[in-house]
Design a protein around this ligand. Sequence first.
Ligand code: COA
Length: 181
Amino acid sequence: MPPAILETARLILRPFVLDDAANLYLLNSDPEVLRYTGDQPPASIEAARRGLLERPLADYRLHGFGRSACVLKATGQFIGFAGLKYVPELCEVDLGYRLSREFWGQGLATEAARASVAHGFNELGLQRIIGLVEPLHVASVRILQKCGMEYERTVDYRGEPVAQYVVSRGTSRFATMPAAK
Ligand SMILES: CC(C)(COP(=O)(O)OP(=O)(O)OC[C@H]1O[C@@H](n2cnc3c(N)ncnc32)[C@H](O)[C@@H]1OP(=O)(O)O)[C@@H](O)C(=O)NCCC(=O)NCCS
């Protein structure tokens, strides 16, 4: 099944397509956007295209879900990405979000994050969702908390200690269906 398209009050979260390479290149060329992510800027639009093939598009094929492109409903503008991703190193599904700087501070990442969590529990049937965050990244910690997540432990991820937050289906106010037996 193709990955879902999610709609929030202000956003459409849709699967990435290869034509998003230029959008992703621009997003990831801002050092402030990459500051807490551990990622390097792509060398070119072609490198961004390869990144799309190796990550979200491969995730869609393997798992049926992955990070989604975030588009402003009002204008159709690409503003970043958000969504769930299976992390094989941890055997967990992780919530992530990344927006262009001009769209920060409007509650958009929280809106996308909450819709992704609800989708994970209600449509994908997940039992738990984690968020990996550098503890000093206050805005990101806040978003995880606003998705109902709590600190669980510190894990080694890509060679760095990061805080793992978690929300479980049974305790999430975004899960609307009864827990699977
Ligand atoms: C992190 C990021 C997604 C936040 O996006 P955003 O749309 O501005 O976030 P929101 O407006 O939904 O919410 C941010 C929350 O953090 C709070 N916040 C933001 N900066 C803060 C700061 N420096 N100190 C304390 N709180 C802060 C906001 O007040 C808001 O909480 P509130 O609604 O309770 O007031 C955005 O800055 C980004 O894309 N950064 C680059 C990529 C990144 O770091 N991704 C996360 C990797 S773990």
